[in-house]
Unconditional design. Structure first.
Ligand SMILES: CC(C)(COP(=O)(O)OP(=O)(O)OC[C@H]1O[C@@H](n2cnc3c(N)ncnc32)[C@H](O)[C@@H]1OP(=O)(O)O)[C@@H](O)C(=O)NCCC(=O)NCCS
Length: 183
């Protein structure tokens, strides 16, 4: 996976009703460590990683790269939203040449159940539609990840196909914008 290529990064911070989406900063490091070591967050994405290892390996400013947003509420990071271009070799695709932009999201458990993930993802997708008009966005999530699946459908993703990987059924969906499509 790569960033977003020629798209200028970072954009000015994006403000929503309750959140700010921005590039990551050094002060977000503890929240990133919580995300990667939380058993609840890891349930459907490969499990929690050992805290000592994460604390040792996490860069001073984690995830500072094109397409990687931190979602902040009241001055504190509560989660991440990522938009990255997939490798062209990926077998799941919605256009012949592959290499679509993929949406990912991870929020701290105490921030679940308040609509923050949806609010942050909608803002990130709106930003993407502005810089790459008409670009389809794909998403892969375990079919058993009910919260994630509900969020994907709320954001306007529809199922393309299901497949087996990492010992579980995966849901691959896509969202199109542009004339005649949901925005
Ligand atoms: C996937 C994930 C981001 C979903 O978080 P979430 O908080 O459930 O998602 P949303 O932002 O859509 O919030 C929806 C919930 O907020 C509730 N809510 C409360 N106030 C709300 C408001 N003002 N606006 C919207 N929804 C609101 C909704 O009713 C819904 O509750 P429910 O789940 O009890 O039905 C979260 O579970 C997570 O980080 N999981 C771990 C990482 C992961 O698996 N990522 C997927 C990888 S592809």
């Amino acid at each position: 996976m790569t960033g977003l290529g020629s798209v200028a990064w970072p954009p000015a911070p994006i403000r929503t009703e309750r959140l700010v989406l921005r590039e990551s900063e050094g002060r977000d490091r503890p929240a990133f460590i919580e995300l990667f070591t939380s058993p609840e967050v890891g349930t459907y994405i490969g499990g929690a990683r050992p805290r000592a290892e994460v604390e040792r390996l996490a860069p001073e400013v984690p995830a500072r790269r094109s397409g990687s947003f931190v979602a902040e509420r009241d001055g504190t990071m509560i989660g991440t939203v990522t938009l990255v271009r997939r490798a062209v070799e990926q077998p799941e695709r919605v256009r012949p040449e592959g290499g679509e932009v993929e949406l990912g999201y991870m929020f701290l458990p105490e921030a679940w159940g308040s609509g923050y993930a949806a609010e942050a993802c909608e803002a990130a997708l709106e930003w993407l539609a502005g810089v790459l008009p008409g670009e389809p966005v794909v998403l892969t999530t375990q079919s058993g990840n009910a919260r994630s699946l509900r969020l994907a459908e709320k954001l306007g993703f529809t199922e393309v196909r299901r497949f087996e990987a990492y010992g579980a059924e995966q849901w691959f969906g896509a969202r199109w914008t542009g004339p005649g499509r949901a925005s």
